[in-house]
Write a protein of this length. Structure first.
Ligand code: ZN
Length: 89
């Protein structure tokens, strides 16, 4: 499965980000793109930050905090294909 990764280079005020060289996992929150680790929105109409994004097949995320989140999700014991049905009262 491909996924989108993003580097946030400068913040809204034009200041260089300390972690500008790391690739975050880009996710959608309320339909808008943001980083997984900090929920930092980027892109048109969201932020004046500068960024670079790309689509990768695997191993594109280099942000330690994003990787921690991904590892946590992988360890969750959920069954996406057979969700528990709730009984109606
Ligand atoms: Zn991150």
């Amino acid at each position: 499965m491909t996924h989108k990764v993003v580097k946030i280079i400068t913040d809204d005020y034009g200041e260089q980000k300390k972690n500008k060289n790391v690739w975050h996992l880009s996710i959608l929150s309320c339909g808008d793109p943001c980083t997984l680790c900090e929920g930092e929105f980027y892109g048109m109409g969201q932020s004046n930050c500068t960024y670079k994004e790309k689509i990768v097949k695997s191993n594109g995320v280099t942000c330690i905090e994003c990787l921690k989140h991904i590892d946590y999700f992988k360890r969750l014991n959920v069954n996406l294909h057979n969700p528990v049905k709730r009984s109606k009262k």
